[in-house]
Design a protein around this ligand. Sequence first.
Ligand SMILES: *Cc1c(COP(=O)(O)O)cnc(C)c1O
Length: 260
Amino acid sequence: MGVSKQMIRMMSDGEVAKALKNVLERVTTAAKARKQDLVLLCEEPRLVAVSKTKPKEMIEEAYAAGQRHFGENYVQELVQKAHDLELQEKCPEIKWHVIGHIQSNKINKVVGIPNLYMVETVDTPKLANAINRAWAKQNKDTKLKVLVQVNTSSEENKSGIQPSEAGSLFNHIITQCPNLEAAGLMTIGAFDHDLSIGPNPDMECLLKCRAQICEDMSLDPKNVELSMGMSNDFEHAIGIGSTNVRVGSTIFGARNIQKS
Ligand SMILES: *Cc1c(COP(=O)(O)O)cnc(C)c1O
């Protein structure tokens, strides 16, 4: 995570802060344009700034500009950033979201992340159980918020539980994982949906999953978040009910390397 001279120049111009402000304005505008029933479900959607592959200086700049929620999807990188003493000192109220696949041998590292706010990628009962046990050992006085990641596009190479199984995993977390708070659902979905054709079917699938879960378990949809929407479609996502958008490149610039 070296910082090139070019990046430093860019940052001293406040590019990240500027881009962040612009995205926040777009979030607010999209939120205001929602139908009234959606406004009641979620007053102001949360922006998670996705800082993967980006240097800590950019996180610090966004934090200084008021951003608090940050997402990372490579556990090793998140662990490194979250334990960085300078970052901790400059960003004492940072709230980390885990948005990438979690291998079972990384669970203890994940739960040990300082200022961990939410794990968005729980997709099996086994993973839920393991995080539940690991969180208990942390002796925290709050439950750990988790989202059930749903593979709405049914692509084999994508993480996430099948939509038909999402309800039973959600129920499992509520009934079997006392140290976890089942906070909602998350999807990544297809990247290349053409919005001129109509609403994103992955997002609509997530909406249906929530409706089913709320009906089956008599839950208030207000208490079941939807994490959907990224740089290219976060306004659309908010328009149809997202409560948590994950925006990376529009804030921090394009990523050079797509690690897998
Ligand atoms: C990288 C990533 C994002 C952000 O993607 P952008 O297109 O850069 O906004 C959001 N969600 C997940 C799960 C990601 O891995």
